[in-house]
Design a protein around this ligand. Sequence first.
Ligand code: GAF
Length: 384
Amino acid sequence: MSVASRIKAVFQEKFHSEPLLVRSPGRINLIGEHTDYNNGFVLPAAIDKAIYLGFAKNGRQECRVFSVDFEQEVTFSLEAMQPRKGWINFVMGVAAQLVKAGHRLEGFDCVFGGDIPIGAGLSSSAALENGVGFGLNELFGLALSPLEMLQFSQQAEHEFAGVQCGIMDMFASMMGKKDHAIRLDCRSLAHDFFPVELGDYQFLLCNSMVSHSLAESAYNERRKECQQGVDRVKARFEAVNSLRDISKSMLDTVKHELSGKIFQRCAFVIEENERVQQTCEALSRNDLDEFGTNLYKSHDGLSRDYEVSCPEMDFLVDFTRELPHVLGARMMGGGFGGCTINLIKKGEKENFKRQIGAAYQARYGKLPETYEIKIVDGTSLYES
Ligand code: GAF
């Protein structure tokens, strides 16, 4: 039974009505990490791992939400939506943002579940938030645009989950296009779609099976560190609003006023933004070698200068450096665990899995999961 059919069956059994079904995908990011909240550039894509949600109005005062994966039902009232612990924040958080913006909701039932590994850096939370916004928009005829819906998702993440995330994850999940990456300017939200044609190569994700508890606090901390650097540069160059406006030479002029750590953080973001542009150019020339080299450079910066990697992810990336059939690899997403993205030769997948699996097992006593992914369209109604 597919995940969507299971969601439908559970919904019918629990709530005795026919649900509206929504599919909301996770995402990968080809390159451009920690650049989104610095108003920079990213290159993500929606993937064929998704959350499926069923919705129906229930004619009650309360909303009933059932997570198939956590086997847990939570209820809340639309009149009293406050952050709590756990997954309900991603559902209630979106409903709360809609109500705050003046949209009229009524009690609803929701069942959801999916196949996006949780804590793997594939944006299961953004997928869930987008799915909720999309479903409630349909159910209550709110006439929101996809752009509005994904901005509600981001607000929910800020206010209910407490992560001051950028816009990349929800944008990719909502706006994704089959076989394309999204080159997104995170300031203007201007974007274009970039065909992902990898010829004899393919992506393979490798899950470190680690998700560190310090990820959220460290993420918010990095955001503040970047802002400290911006404030210093702004004191000299008025036109500056974010790291996106700052060149390496501008940053150098205030180097002596910054701690080594703040300088490192800002320098990384400036370089990573440049790498997104270079990577897009390389992809248009079908230069996969340069793409691969940029993946390694991105990882090195994230690990050494931005300090958001962890020993397990460094191990997974370092292991690939000597493998002739791998062009590049890097940690992906916020960091401190989750998946690496690897650009490997087609036909070498099994070999790769065996080699990296044995090495990781010997070092960390567990096997990394690997995922072959397809690039798909963003959040949509699901027609069964
Ligand atoms: C997380 C965040 F949610 C994104 O906004 C982005 O900053 C990413 O980390 C790092 O690039 O996924």
